[in-house]
Design a protein around this ligand. Structure first.
Ligand SMILES: *Cc1c(COP(=O)(O)O)cnc(C)c1O
Length: 333
């Protein structure tokens, strides 16, 4: 029998700080209460600080992060629209698959796992796109399954250099709130986060920030959306309410999470993750093992993916850690 806490060292859900757990230990509340907006409007405003956007708009959907991917695509694109994306780990693969499932014309660059966004291939494809038909360029900022972080600024600079009007969509589910992320500086049009990773919460909220340009794109987008419709959210959120039952308990938790992040200061949060990750990386090196990330520029400060040497069984390591040390380590996906 296991006693005490089990240390969660899987990529997500992550450990929930006590302040956040306590903030969620509240009675359910009136979702149309006259003062409900006292909770929601400041929360939207403070989330913009976490995404680092002045003019972007925040959306909070009751779904896991995957729902955020779908909301971003369906609200801003039309069936058959051209997308450029890349796959270098389980999550980027799944996002590419979603683009196909939803009927977009997606060009996928397959990259060896352990490497990041293929900037040279992106350049080649975008240069060949003479009529500038590509509507969206997708990047998974922090590929959780391989522990690889990509440079979003690099992709922004490429689009600017080529004067390409495609919008930049970023999966920041395991980076926003924990490693350097700057929506406005990197000209990101749609940024997607999930509650159970950088926000230290239970699963259940996808949080999306949408640029002015992407908000404009809603007007001409012809893909269908209903539950994830941005326009319904925009109308209801104006006064601090939601088009359907908001997950009030999770919103209370999110409030506490945002407070924790802003109190510590984002720069300090990033430094803390960097310090801890550097320690983990030093240990991995001392053990004579290797990270999946092939170069330091791709090292993620939130997830270290360790390649198990051939002669060892990763499942045994994980089960030993679980039963002997009360540590949950993530399995390779
Ligand atoms: C966890 C994760 C997802 C999937 O999010 P869910 O909340 O499980 O739907 C997508 N992308 C990245 C980078 C992730 O880490």
């Amino acid at each position: 029998m296991k006693i005490g806490y089990n240390g969660l060292f899987i990529p997500g859900p992550t450990n929930i700080p006590n302040q956040i757990r306590q903030a969620m230990s509240v009675p359910l509340e009136d979702i149309r209460a006259p003062d409900f907006a006292d909770l929601t409007l400041p929360l939207f405003a403070d989330l913009k600080k976490i995404f680092k956007t002045k003019n972007g708009q925040i959306f909070i959907f009751p779904s896991s992060g995957t729902g955020g991917w779908e909301a971003a695509l369906q609200n801003t694109l039309s069936p058959g629209d051209k997308i450029l994306s890349s796959s270098f780990g389980r999550f980027s693969v799944l996002w590419c698959r979603m683009c196909k499932d939803l009927g977009f014309d997606n060009t996928v660059i397959d990259v060896e796992w352990g490497r990041g966004v293929p900037i040279h291939e992106y350049e080649r494809v975008l240069k060949n796109d003479k009529d500038k038909q590509i509507k969206a360029v997708l990047v998974c900022h922090n590929e959780t399954t391989t522990g690889v972080k990509s440079d979003i600024g690099e992709v922004r600079r490429l689009l600017d250099q080529l004067d390409h009007p495609a919008m930049l969509y970023v999966d920041g589910i395991s980076s926003i709130g924990s490693i350097e992320f700057d929506m406005d500086a990197d000209g990101i049009d749609l940024a997607i986060a999930g509650s159970q990773k950088g926000f230290m919460m239970p699963t259940g909220l996808s949080i999306i920030a949408v640029s002015k340009k992407a908000l404009e794109a809603i007007k001409t987008a012809k893909s269908s959306c209903s539950y994830f419709c941005f326009n319904d959210m925009i109308n209801a959120n104006k006064t601090g309410y939601f088009p359907y039952t908001p997950a009030t308990t999770l919103l209370r938790g999110l409030r506490a999470a945002v407070d924790l992040l802003l109190e510590e200061g984002l720069e300090n949060v990033f430094k803390r993750h960097h310090k801890l990750a550097s320690g983990v990386r030093a240990a991995v090196k001392a053990w004579g093992m290797e990270l999946c990330a092939q170069k330091p520029k791709w090292y993620s400060d939130t997830v270290s993916t360790i390649v198990m040497p051939q002669q060892y069984d990763a499942n045994k390591v994980i089960s030993n850690a679980y039963y002997r040390y009360h540590l949950s380590l993530g399995l390779g996906l």
